[in-house]
Design a binder for this molecule. Structure first.
Ligand code: PAF
Length: 281
């Protein structure tokens, strides 16, 4: 695997890479890689001539600076895992490389409701930061396909929206959430959970499953309230939201009828670790 740290070196390398623009899969990450990331690498490698990944902990998407400071960094482990999974090129830029003029006063994107609902509401400016970095990464990497995980449901919607707004020519593929044996969605943040907390955190999956099982017969608001209470009973310190919404705009589902498109999303704190997950109903 080739490791490149500057946009200039990356562009020069890709220019010489035969067939790159026609068949290249890109997996952007913030490191602390787990099976979820690696499933994206494997799929990207299987479907493209080249697989490229990035590891960059993007400061502009952390609305809480302490979350940025505590974000796990495991770069030598990440390099090993990427190599084993078959990644061809790793882009490993510095903050200065990604934001040469600094991180304030950056461009903004018209994300509409996506920025005010759910994650947008609880993490002000988070999605602007995601767009700022993914735009820069896509401009530098210029892949034919971008691979993202369904765990970050709203992030996927936001990135699609940004791509549409700026008119980038890249296909977006979404792969299912990878889970621990107890159902807990794999996440880099899980590294910050104790063994007991990891066990307790599986309650998110159980509540999503409970919603899926009962949504035909119990109203969405009642299910949201029940799940919220059961998460607190299971050891979560607070719950930002449990929401049953329409997948295209994240507006609340008022009356669920079988077969209608709907998704349940959860964000909750286990200690000071914020976890998110979702399930298509
Ligand atoms: O999902 C992530 O890890 C990040 O938000 C992303 C897409 C790599 C942008 O920093």
């Amino acid at each position: 695997m080739i490791i490149l740290r500057t946009v200039e070196a990356l562009r020069a390398c890709l220019k010489e890479t035969e067939g790159y623009s026609r068949s290249s899969g890109f997996v952007p990450t913030m490191g602390a890689l787990h099976e979820g990331h690696l499933s994206l690498i494997v799929q990207s490698k299987a479907e493209n001539r080249y697989c490229i990944s990035s590891v960059f902990v993007n400061p502009t998407q952390f609305n809480d600076p302490s979350d940025f400071d505590k974000y796990p960094v495991t770069i030598s482990d990440d390099i090993k895992k990427l190599e084993e999974a078959g990644c061809d090129i790793l882009f490993l830029p510095s903050v200065k490389e990604m934001y040469p003029a600094g991180t304030s006063g950056l461009e903004t994107y018209a994300l509409g409701n996506l920025e005010t609902r759910l994650e947008g509401f609880y993490r002000p400016n988070h999605f602007q930061g995601v767009c700022q970095v993914v735009y820069r990464l896509l401009k530098a990497v210029q892949p034919s396909t971008l691979y993202l995980g369904q765990k970050d449901f709203q992030q996927v919607m936001v990135i699609r929206k940004m791509i549409e707004l700026v008119g980038l020519a890249v296909e977006v593929k979404i792969l299912p959430t990878m889970r621990e044996a107890n159902g807990l969605a794999m996440s880099s943040r899980n590294l910050r959970l104790s063994v007991l907390e990891r066990r307790q955190a599986s309650a998110i999956y159980q509540e999503l499953q409970m919603i899926k099982d009962q949504v035909d017969s119990v109203s969405p608001r009642k299910l949201e309230e029940l799940a919220r209470q059961q998460l607190l009973d299971a050891g979560f310190s607070s719950v930002d939201y449990v929401a049953i919404v329409q997948p295209h705009d994240l507006a609340p589902v008022e009356n669920y009828t079988p077969g209608m498109p709907a998704v349940a999303l959860v964000a909750a704190y286990m200690g000071d670790v914020r976890l998110i997950d979702n399930m298509i109903l």
